[in-house]
Design a protein around this ligand. Structure first.
Ligand code: ADP
Ligand code: MG
Length: 696
């Protein structure tokens, strides 16, 4: 089939617009489009017709089941498969699927985390179709993207608040566009998530309980070489990896996921996949599908895919860059236009975004907080835990000029006249992009770089969308009733004042440096270093009011999310601590007993022969001391973990894990890693970093 294979297969497992148009009666298609594009309510008779068409299409593609595909607070996706079969009296079956089954499902949701919401409302959950994300077929199952809600209407998932935040932003952005005399039919966010991951040999993976249970290594001494030669980044892709990536692309393309770029990353064994950006919630659905495919398909190639933020010490961890913009009827609002008036509009959205990030820096930080991401943020491989905005030389100069109210010529080619601002149509920063900034303007979009690789991107996008909605609201409210020159003057004044008020969030320097930490403190920017530090920001009264005002999350929902995140943090660390104790007692100590025992026997045998074995004696001593240290550190960890586990208050429990269990884990790791360095390789019970990271 050669070069046409991709075109032919692209989206073949997706219930696309083209398929709908082909298979639905015209009026039904038109109504459904209004539901999808304008958020109109779905009529049951329409749903019945859509369900029928979907089922017929799915059966032709070999599907036997359907599933409501949703995103509980665990962040990963969930699905329960129901077959289409309806037995008839004569013993045969019909394949049926009703509109009701399409639009609403009732998973037995009692086992998903709800942060206490379900108990509070004594409500069961149901799933509701999100028509803005097309249905798809995965392993012979027709998957219907859904939101997961309690019967009293509370969001029990990651998607519902995201959709609500998109509605809020659309509404407020439309008000702004209206003021500029450019009413829009449809405003949406665009998101392009760049996904990092590691690949290791599956046989190595299977031998490491820490990787199996926790997704990261909890032990392992430094490999003989790391990433210092910088030979892996953008290097030639090995055949095994290439075959894997090819299969991933093929499978994703069938699902209509626009996988675009693949390359080797900085750390050995680390790679990245970036898609072409899409509408926000759709991009997140597709990212979740991508993560699932990466994991599953790796096994076809004898590989294991690690999506954890920090699978290995000593080399970089993995993040996920959230490229973000707003788009009105197909036009990117973060792209400066050719007309002065369009430039003013660009500046309004830019100022709104800067103000949004400054005002809610704490919530943005909170939105990416997790036990896994705590290993990255601020560790000289990822942006610090301090949120700041990078604009690039050109735009920074323009912003400075606006703040100080002076005309400027940036780089001798960008003239900005403050009466009627004019900007270059393409704001491509000429200098190297600042890789150390957590929130960087990259030409016509912003890139939020603090997100963790295994994270569901809904959380950061909820905060971002709502925060920008709030600023658009403030602008539109301040400008109400103003037109013509008065509007232009007031809008420009608003831009200048907003930039002045939020100037402290802009930082163009090295975000990894220590000086920045001190400077940020002087500027009064929050520096929430760990997850337990960041989580409480969620339930501050002003933040609860903020989510509530824009209909994104009510107080009970915010609280539930806070509790659920806190519990997840503690549970994860409990599992990590348990795994460490298990590995120390059943793998490392027995191996060291064997090794030191064999050497001791050799020392004794040599002594009988009258041979002095000084080196071996010394080694036995060191090993014995090491064994004792591991033995004690294991007991300490076990006891500190038991204490933390017994703490009832979710926040106090997180704090206990951070303050007492994590240090005990580090202590145990250090004592084991020290022994790995001197233990015979044949005795060591798990693959070392040398093997995990470097393989062909
Ligand atoms: P890099 O950060 O590696 O230089 P690119 O600039 O090529 O990468 O883009 C990275 C990601 O940003 C891609 O997923 C791309 O689709 C996405 N992107 C580009 N434009 C937009 C936009 N307007 N909105 C959201 N994402 C975008
Ligand atoms: Mg990037």
């Amino acid at each position: 089939m050669g070069k046409d294979k991709v075109t032919e297969e692209y989206g073949s497992l997706l219930f696309t617009d083209a398929v709908m148009q082909e298979r639905l009666p015209k009026p039904t298609y038109k109504e459904l489009k209004q539901v999808i594009e304008e958020g109109k309510k779905l009529d049951l008779s329409i749903a019945n017709e859509v369900a029928h068409a979907m089922k017929e299409w799915a059966l032709e593609k070999g599907a036997t089941h359907y599933a409501h595909w949703f995103q509980p607070l665990t962040g990963i996706t969930s699905e329960k498969h129901d077959s289409f079969i309806t037995p008839k009296d004569d013993g045969s079956v019909l394949m049926s699927f009703s509109g009701k089954e399409l639009i609403q499902g009732e998973p037995d949701a009692s086992s998903f985390p709800s942060g206490g919401l379900r108990a509070t409302f004594e409500a069961r959950g149901y799933t509701a179709w999100d028509p803005s994300s097309p249905a798809f077929i995965k392993d012979e199952v027709l998957c219907i993207p859904t939101a997961f809600i309690s019967y009293t209407g509370e969001a029990l998932d990651k998607k519902t608040p995201l959709l609500r935040s998109q509605v809020a932003l659309e509404g407020q952005a439309k008000r702004v566009l209206e003021l500029f005399g450019r009413p829009a039919k449809h405003v949406m966010t665009t998101v392009g998530p760049e996904q990092e991951y590691f690949l290791i040999k599956e046989e190595d993976f299977q031998k490491r309980p820490d990787l199996i249970m926790c997704g990261r290594t909890l032990f392992g001494c430094e490999p003989v070489k790391g990433q210092e030669l910088e030979e892996h980044y953008f290097g030639a892709i090995r055949p095994t990896v290439n075959a894997f990536m090819k299969e991933v692309d093929d499978e994703l393309w069938k699902l209509g996921v626009p996988a675009k770029t693949k390359h080797n990353e900085v750390a050995p064994g680390q790679h990245e996949l970036a898609p072409i950006f899409e509408q926000g919630s759709l991009a997140i659905d597709d990212n979740l599908l991508t993560m699932e495919k990466l994991k599953l398909l790796a096994t076809h190639h004898g590989l294991a895919c690690l999506e954890h933020e920090k699978p290995f010490d000593y080399v970089n961890g993995s993040g996920k860059h959230n490229n973000w913009s707003i788009c009105a009827d197909g036009k990117n609002l973060l792209e400066p236009g050719a007309q002065p008036n369009e430039n003013l509009q660009f500046l309004v959205f830019l100022a709104a975004l800067i103000a949004a990030v400054d005002t809610h820096a704490d919530l943005l930080r909170m939105s990416v907080a997790s036990a896994g991401n705590d290993h990255r943020l601020g560790a000289n491989e990822a942006p610090p835990a301090i949120v700041s905005v990078f604009l690039g030389d050109e735009l920074d100069e323009i912003v400075e000029a606006l703040i100080h109210d002076e005309a400027t010529e940036a780089h001798g080619r960008t003239r900005i006249d403050l009466g009627v601002p004019s900007l270059p149509t393409v704001l491509q920063d000429t200098t190297d992009r600042n890789r150390t900034s957590p929130f960087a303007f990259t030409g016509n979009k912003f890139e939020f770089r603090m997100c963790g690789s295994q994270q569901n991107l809904s959380d950061p996008n909820v905060v971002l969308n709502t925060a920008v909605a709030e600023q658009c609201d403030e602008f539109a409210t301040a400008m109400a009733g103003k037109t013509g020159d008065e509007f232009t003057a007031c809008a420009l004044a608003w831009v200048k004042q907003t930039l002045r008020d939020h100037h402290r969030i802009i930082f163009e320097g090295n975000g990894y440096s220590e000086e920045w930490e001190q400077e940020a403190e002087r500027r009064g920017l929050p520096n929430l270093k760990t997850t337990p530090d960041a989580l409480p920001t969620m339930v501050k009264p002003e933040n609860v009011a903020f989510f509530d005002k824009y209909g994104v999350l009510n107080e009970a929902e915010v609280h539930a999310r806070y509790v659920s995140k806190a519990e997840q943090y503690s549970k994860l660390l409990n599992i990590e601590a348990n795994t460490m104790v298990y590995m120390a007692r059943s793998l490392y100590l027995p191996a060291l007993f064997d090794y030191s025992g064999d050497i001791a026997t050799s020392v004794a045998t040599k002594a009988e022969l009258g041979i002095e074995a000084a080196a071996e004696k010394e080694l036995v001593k060191t090993l014995t001391n090491g064994i004792n240290a591991i033995y004690e550190a294991t007991a300490d960890l076990e006891s500190n973990n038991a204490d933390a586990r017994a703490v009832e208050d979710p926040q106090a429990q997180c704090d206990a894990y951070r303050d007492s269990v994590i240090p005990s884990m580090e202590h145990l790791r250090a004592s084991v890693d020290a022994m790995e360095k001197i233990c015979g390789a044949d005795y060591w019970p798990v693959p070392s970093y040398n093997s995990l990271l470097f393989w062909v």
